[in-house]
Design a protein around this ligand. Structure first.
Ligand code: ZN
Length: 206
């Protein structure tokens, strides 16, 4: 990767122009009033929006850059904290939610959907009483071995790493494939139910 970014590289014509400007402006004393005016102007100036070409150059210059672990962590925290983040509520998620509700669990008390856990991940379902995490993995997007064994393998690896992190943090992680949920959402939820004996907080409270 180049040490200078695309937008920092100047053409020869630009260099000439800047050199002229530098000479003309050298040693010029600006009054406090002027400096304040320049400062306000710089802060409030409307920027010309990037053209498509510039956007492409910017994106190309950022591609392939290595991010530090700390940088990645910061990005993850920022994503989870973003109030404008869009959440998907897929059909398989709706099926699991319906099954949980069938068993008397109340949304936002007994179970939470699209719940951000620490700075690890936004999980599909979180059941706080038993620290259960339920993930509904789409066959295509998460590359299921049965239907899409050779696509998006990288995604699968990331899923495994995230699940490991959640387990180490003390959560019981249940992951179900789209095809499993479509076959029987009941059987999927029953699995967590039998293993962990799901507790219903709302009923205990009421
Ligand atoms: Zn599948």
């Amino acid at each position: 990767m180049n040490s200078t970014s695309t937008w920092q590289r100047r053409s020869d014509a630009q260099k000439k122009r800047f050199a002229k400007y530098a000479v003309w402006n050298k040693g010029k004393q600006l009054s406090t009033k002027t400096r304040r005016k320049m400062s306000i102007s710089a802060k409030t100036r409307k920027r010309t929006p990037c053209t498509e070409k510039t956007k492409k150059l910017l994106s190309a210059s950022l591609k392939g850059r290595a991010l530090s672990v700390e940088h990645k962590r910061k990005l993850r925290v920022a994503t989870l904290a973003n109030p404008n983040r869009k959440f998907s509520n897929t059909k398989i998620e709706q099926k699991i939610a319906a099954e949980l509700e069938n068993r008397g669990l109340v949304r936002n008390i007994d179970f939470f959907q699209n719940f951000g856990i620490a700075d690890i991940k936004n999980v599909d379902f979180f059941l706080p009483q038993q620290s259960i995490v339920i993930e509904c993995d789409g066959c295509y997007w998460h590359s299921c071995q049965l239907h899409y064994p050779n696509v998006r393998q990288e995604y699968r690896k990331l899923d495994n790493i995230t699940a490991e992190r959640l387990k180490r943090a003390g959560y019981s992680v249940y992951r179900f494939w789209e095809h499993e949920i479509n076959q029987s959402a009941n059987a999927c939820v029953e699995k967590c139910y039998n293993e962990k004996k799901l507790l219903v907080i709302s009923k205990e409270a009421g």
